[in-house]
Design a protein around this ligand. Structure first.
Ligand code: GTP
Ligand code: NA
Ligand code: MG
Length: 343
């Protein structure tokens, strides 16, 4: 069984701290000497197992015993502003699991609810990251990165305050039909949503958040992540003109492998596009980037899960959000064309 990395979408209201959380994880990954480098994809970041292991410390011991170890996490950031509903929804569609980021002092806000609806309609499991714990009035700074330890170091009144904020979220989620609990009180991760208090600013709680995510994917998503006999398939996040490249599409490859010589089959406004990519592109590592305009590196193939770019003049008119099919012969081209036309 070949298990791919789960695709994790980070969703939530504007300014809840989605990008800060990713920056903090990336920063820690870069600082940690032993940590295998975090690689930048198009529209996503890949956290390899070694990095997660390093961050989770002793929490990782149990995860390592799983028969279905995931080779890391591919994390997609999404914008929280109300005008970006489409991007949020595409991020949600590509996701195997999600982090719903909630500002601890603000609770559920309009785009938190909207994000939740996206996850609900696509049946994407999720965890809640209750962010900005450092901003709880009276919160005492501590050295530990583990939120369970940090909570113990707070005054009783602050602990009660956090508990209350957790229960506000539990209450809101319960009205929306979900059972949820602070992660350290969850008894059944299949039926209860875990709420993990964190601070993207200090990094506290990130070990627990990552452990819960890895644990959930290893326990409940093996079938989905197993790559044996999966047809290659992706989702178009964005279509854009790129200086020097012309028409391109940013794609998350969900399953399988795409090779440069393959044909892609994808819906456009008035029909189906069948074409061979001019190039498959990944972001250039920073140290290889001499000219900032020269951001992408052509590659012969891309393996799921990954965020990459396809350059092709034929992408004009492709609808963001569409499924991208990958065909290696005429028979497959015909099959996918028919599939799109019947949709
Ligand atoms: P959009 O992408 O615009 O939806 O916002 P976002 O969810 O990515 O939030 P972003 O990471 O941009 O953070 C918004 C603001 O909150 C910034 O000023 C951050 O510095 C601040 N912030 C994020 N996380 C924390 C935190 O844990 N503690 C504190 N004190 N501030 C935070
Ligand atoms: Na922001
Ligand atoms: Mg952001």
């Amino acid at each position: 069984m070949h298990i791919r990395q789960p695709i994790v979408a980070v969703l939530g209201h504007v300014d809840s701290g989605k990008t800060s959380l990713l920056d903090r994880i990336r920063g820690t990954g870069v600082q940690g000497r032993e940590a295998g480098g975090i690689t930048q994809h198009i529209g996503a970041s890949f956290l390899p197992t070694e990095t997660i292991k390093e961050m989770c410390g002793p929490l990782y011991k149990k995860l390592e015993q799983s028969e279905n170890k995931v080779p890391g996490l591919l994390v997609i950031d999404t914008p929280g502003h109300e005008v970006f509903t489409n991007l949020r929804s595409r991020g949600g569609s590509a996701a195997d699991i999600a982090i719903l980021v909630v500002d601890v002092n603000r609770g559920f806000q309009p785009q938190t609810n909207e994000s939740l609806k996206i996850l609900q309609s696509r049946k994407v499991p999720f965890v809640v990251a209750l962010n900005k714990c450092d901003q709880i009035s009276g919160w005492r700074k501590s050295e530990t990165k583990f939120i369970s330890q940090a909570i113990k170091e707070q005054d009783a009144s602050i602990q009660a305050d956090l508990d209350q904020k957790v229960y506000d979220v539990v209450g809101t989620l319960s009205i929306l039909g979900y059972k949820s609990e602070a992660f350290y009180r969850v008894e059944d991760f299949k039926s209860e949503i875990a709420i993990v208090p964190i601070s993207a600013r200090s990094g506290v709680g990130i070990p627990e958040l990552l452990s819960v995510l890895v644990g959930l994917t290893q326990q409940y998503l093996q079938k989905r992540l197993n790559q044996d006999e999966k047809e290659p398939r992706g989702i178009i996040l964005e279509v854009k003109d790129e200086v020097g490249l012309g028409q391109t599409a940013n794609v998350i490859l969900i399953d399988g492998i795409i090779k440069k010589e393959n044909s892609i089959v994808v819906a456009k406004r008035d029909g189906v596009i069948v074409t061979k990519p001019k190039a498959l592109l990944l972001p250039k590592p920073l140290d290889e980037m001499r000219d900032p305009r020269d951001k992408f590196k052509p590659v012969p193939q891309v393996e799921a899960a990954a965020g990459f770019k396809i350059a092709s003049p034929d992408l004009e008119g492709v609808l963001p959000g569409s499924t991208l099919y990958v065909a290696s012969n005429d028979e497959e081209i015909a099959k996918y064309t028919e599939l799109i036309e019947s949709e």
